[in-house]
Write a protein that binds this ligand. Sequence first.
Ligand code: ZN
Length: 301
Amino acid sequence: MQQTTIHRPVETQGVGLHTGVESKVSLMPAPADTGIVFRRVDLDQFLIEAHGSNVARVSYATSLMKQGVLLSTTEHLLAAIYSCGIDNIFIDIDAIEVPILDGSAEPWMQLIDAAGIRKLRRKRRYLKVIKPVEVVEDGRRIAIFPCDEFHVRCYVDFPHPQVGQQEVEMVVNAQSFRQVLSRARTFCFESDIAPLRSMGLIRGGSLENAIVLTKDGIMNGPLRFSDEFGRHKALDLIGDLALVGLPLLGRVEARKAGHALHTQLVSKLLADTSSWIITTEEREPVAGETTELLQSPAAAD
Ligand SMILES: [Zn+2]
């Protein structure tokens, strides 16, 4: 399999969920072996690689920080890029936080569709897990195991009549991500809104970009899926796993995890160099798996 980038630049804009700050995002083609790299165009094109070594504070969203420069709420955009198998891309952004758009990854998928994906000449490199790595904390757990595919299993359990126990399990590729996860939106509990606001968070939150769960119902239904919450947690998980920095060959199991645990797993995995190898080998592709997005069969690096 060859590395990929996007065909042409595309852009969108919107408000950040936590800061409420408006930003413009442009996705730009990048050469082989660039990886996924943010560029703060408001700070002289300062580069922040989407990599575990740049993970900053993680609470209600995942933030990257490098040399004091912060970039917040990366997970939905990274989930779309990573699931689509885009190895190399510059994400130009002119403010501190990635726009929340409708709270899902669907608008990002539409933007990637408009950009198109093209192959580069260089071979793709995978991070292949060869030994389990696990993080456990207060009844929450996340682990990664050897596997020839990128496979996730995500279990959530919220004591709410509309949520309860939900589980998503799938091999991650552009098609499965689009169909199963991309449309699932961010959610929050009404009782958390005042505490989050007092912490200076969700300043850009609205009924247009998050599902709000009331004591026993939903303030702004209908849901897109009856298990939209479990699906969204799996979307967040994939966006955080993108911080591994290479396509994963491994099976991830997350149980009542969140951004903090996701990024702890990424850091622990990257630190334990006996738990993975870097390889260009992959199994035979399954017919129709990601080829629908590959509009140009070959192009120059
Ligand atoms: Zn999310």
